[in-house]
Design a protein around this ligand. Structure first.
Ligand SMILES: Cc1cc2nc3c(=O)[nH]c(=O)nc-3n(C[C@H](O)[C@H](O)[C@H](O)COP(=O)(O)OP(=O)(O)OC[C@H]3O[C@@H](n4cnc5c(N)ncnc54)[C@H](O)[C@@H]3O)c2cc1C
Length: 438
């Protein structure tokens, strides 16, 4: 429920910062436990999806994985993939059903922890205090652009993937898309399907088949326990958290993204972009390696599914394996934008996190929050919605609810402990770390 912002001088038991799926989930869980709190959202609920995704955007994860606490997907197409506007509606319906104590249009500009452990929350609508704080501001803050972008000719229009909407937004002519994570591949496909000449700088992202042996690969992986695997079980947790997602799409009911098929049909593929000087771009000699790697990962996932099917005696149709439909004869090392008629560039080069407004010593040398399952090293401060915070689905619809339950349980337990012990703000979460929760 949207309230008129009246924050100055208030005190709340918990401040939840961010009203995306993570903030709404933890609010629901706190509400169930009767914990007083407020949710502060800089824009409107669903902002990230509404304002930073393209018109044809669809989830790549199936709808049945959208299981926010108290609000699982119950629509007509559990195996389908919600389009952008459906996702916004799904979140708006969550607000209508959960009625969180939500304040929209207010940004938290500064967070500090006073002596004694209470948090000072400075916002664009005044300053208030809170005993505990959940930072649920999402994983993707600032569009990341390589500085190469500054050296392109002034006449070439440049847009980051978060600002791309549709092919008509770009000037007539060919388009260069840089990056082949989820966004780059899907935007390249969007332009390709619209009949634009696309040049694509291919990076090292892996891919996954959409369907295999009669089911969505996500369904197979779910049955194999892939999505409950904790980050604690990886020796290289840091590297796992930084991994690029596998590319695939949910568009038109879901299908593979096969860059070789795009190339066969006229898209021009290159290796990683490494240099630009005016209209002349230079690419690494890694196109073949990157395509082979993406296919090898997709096939290794199929190997794992085959092994699972066999080990459990599951009846499933067999299916021929992928055969590359195109090979690069040569690896083009350069592209002259002017000669190729390229009038725009879409940078699908990711985002960086920006937590500088959190003036609390809860970060490591790289600026990554020091936490275990979102319980930070600073008593009373929590994070929610970080990629691989606990499992694969932590930064997604799949498991943000499970993490929200854990954080809300931790907050509730720490408050109950405070009642028993008779102390303190902030400090209880450290004490409660010993409690068996979750
Ligand atoms: C291209 C792309 C495709 C994706 N596809 C999928 C998919 O198929 N399936 C899936 O499950 N996930 C997908 N995700 C991942 C994930 O679901 C989204 O990133 C999701 O938006 C994360 O939800 P969140 O609530 O953690 O963060 P956000 O949705 O980013 O919400 C954070 C909110 O906090 C607010 N905020 C930020 N800073 C402040 C502040 N200082 N004060 C107040 N408010 C603030 C923002 O306005 C925002 O509304 C995708 C992500 C991207 C980028």
């Amino acid at each position: 429920m949207t309230q008129t912002p009246r924050l100055d001088g208030a005190h709340h038991t918990v401040a939840v910062i961010g009203g995306g799926q993570a903030g709404l989930s933890v609010s629901h869980c706190l509400g169930e436990r009767g914990v007083d709190h407020v949710v502060i959202e800089a824009h409107r609920v669903g902002h990230e999806w509404r304002a930073r995704r393209w018109d044809s955007f669809c989830l790549v994860t199936p709808n049945w994985q959208c299981r926010l606490p108290g609000h699982p997907y119950t629509g007509p197409d559990p195996d389908g993939f919600m389009a952008r506007d459906d996702i916004v509606r799904y979140l708006e319906e969550y607000v209508a059903a959960s009625r969180p104590p939500l304040v929209e249009g207010v940004t938290v500009t500064r967070l500090r922890r006073k002596a004694g452990g209470v948090f000072d929350v400075t916002t664009t609508a005044g300053e208030f205090t809170a005993d505990q704080v959940v930072v649920a501001t999402g994983p993707y803050h600032t569009p990341k652009l390589p500085r190469t972008a500054e050296r392109l000719p002034a006449g070439v229009e440049q847009v980051h993937s978060s600002g791309y909407r549709n092919p008509d937004q770009l000037p007539a002519g060919a388009v260069l898309v840089v990056g082949t994570g989820q966004s780059g591949c899907q935007i390249a496909e969007d332009l390709h399907l619209a009949g634009r000449q696309v040049h694509l700088a291919v990076g090292g992202a892996p891919r996954v088949a959409r369907f295999y042996r009669g089911r969505d690969c996500v369904a197979w992986l779910d049955g194999m326990g892939h999505y409950t695997r904790s980050i604690d079980g990886f020796d290289d947790a840091d590297a796992v958290r930084l991994r690029v997602n596998h590319y695939v799409t949910g568009r038109d009911g879901g299908r593979d993204i096969d860059l070789r098929a795009f190339a066969r049909d006229g898209m021009r593929l290159y290796g990683r972009l490494i240099e630009a000087e005016g209209p002349l771009l230079e690419f690494a000699d890694d196109l073949k390696t990157n395509l082979d790697h993406a296919d090898a990962v997709a096939e290794s996932i199929k190997d794992a599914i085959d092994a699972h099917i066999e080990a459990h005696g599951i009846q499933a149709p067999t299916e021929p394996r992928y055969r590359p439909v195109w090979q690069p004869d040569e690896q083009p090392a350069t592209l002259d934008l002017t000669a190729a008629g390229v009038t725009s560039v879409v940078w699908a080069t990711g985002f960086t996190r920006d937590h500088r407004w959190i003036e609390v010593p809860a970060f490591d040398g790289r600026g990554y929050p020091m936490h275990w399952r979102g319980v930070s090293s600073t008593p009373g401060l929590y994070f929610l919605g970080l990629p691989w915070q606990h499992t694969w689905g932590s930064g997604r619809f799949e498991a943000v609810g499970r993490d929200a339950e854990f954080i809300a349980g931790h907050i509730d337990a720490s408050r109950r402990l405070a009642d028993v012990c008779g102390t303190l703000t902030g400090a209880p979460s450290a004490l409660a770390a010993a409690l068996p929760i979750g």
